[in-house]
Design a protein. Structure first.
Length: 254
């Protein structure tokens, strides 16, 4: 289950994923049901809950590249801004959807960034996957790293990439649905590109630090059990899915 939320705004900060992480937390807490769900998703024993989240998001837009080359810190739009939120379970989906409708959360302010009331809020359906392969396209870049946090790209080290891809997928599915991969995944690059992303991370009570992550985007084929592929369509792939990475859409059968 996913939601497409359309906004009309003039600009967006370069570290926009952090702004939308904060916005989604406000959205979730905007209704009584979502407010009760919030600590379950984000905290465990009064500490941050590091379990895989049952949702992911992506922010899509086109921007003025010439203006960005001059200003660097802000992205100025040449299109509407689309926020996609994909949620695995019906309960959180309803809480998020109802939260987007709540007038008191708008305008949302994050330092100098202002997010007005949405132009539209549309529920979307996932595509059925009946075969043992599906073609995916990224809506947000995928981050795959090894145990030492070294980035791994599919076309640079295919064997290590496939090992880590299966590890992340198995851990994610086990944490969200209670069972891991039903079958090992196969991966075939179609049209991929390397993408370098700046993202701010706060560790503990320390101030946020900006990191540079080496990711990839584009189209690829994944082979595996159809149920795994369907759930991956909803949940995404890789690290930091709940921080605006790894969201996918299905574009065809394998």
């Amino acid at each position: 289950m996913r939601i497409q939320v359309t906004f009309r705004v003039e600009r967006l900060p370069l570290l926009y994923r952090n702004a939308f992480m904060s916005f989604l937390k406000e959205v979730l807490q905007a209704t009584p049901s979502g407010e009760r769900r919030f600590p379950v998703l984000f905290f465990y024993d009064q500490r941050k809950n590091k379990a895989p989240k049952p949702f992911g998001f992506a922010v899509r837009f086109t921007h003025d590249k010439e203006r960005f080359a001059k200003e660097q810190e802000w992205l100025y739009f040449t299109s509407p801004l689309f926020l996609y939120l994909s949620v695995f379970e019906a309960g959180p989906f309803i809480d998020f959807y109802n939260g987007f409708l709540q007038e008191p959360i708008y305008p949302f302010l994050k330092e100098e960034f202002v997010l007005p009331r949405p132009v539209s809020i549309l529920p979307l359906r996932e595509k059925k996957i009946l075969k043992e392969g599906a073609r995916f396209r990224t809506l947000s870049p995928i981050l795959i790293e090894d145990a030492s946090q070294k980035p791994i790209l599919p076309e640079e080290d295919p064997q290590a990439f496939l090992r880590e891809l299966n590890y992340y997928a198995d851990t994610m599915l086990s944490g969200v649905r209670g069972r891991g991969l039903l079958r090992e995944l196969g991966f075939e690059p179609l049209r991929l590109r390397k993408e370098v992303v700046k993202h701010a991370i706060k560790k503990g009570e320390k101030e946020s630090r900006v990191y540079t992550f080496t990711c990839f985007s584009g189209e690829f084929l994944i082979r595996g059990d159809p149920q795994d592929l369907y759930d991956i369509q909803i949940l995404g792939l890789g690290r930091r899915r709940a921080q605006g990475f790894g969201m996918l859409e299905v574009v065809g059968n394998g």
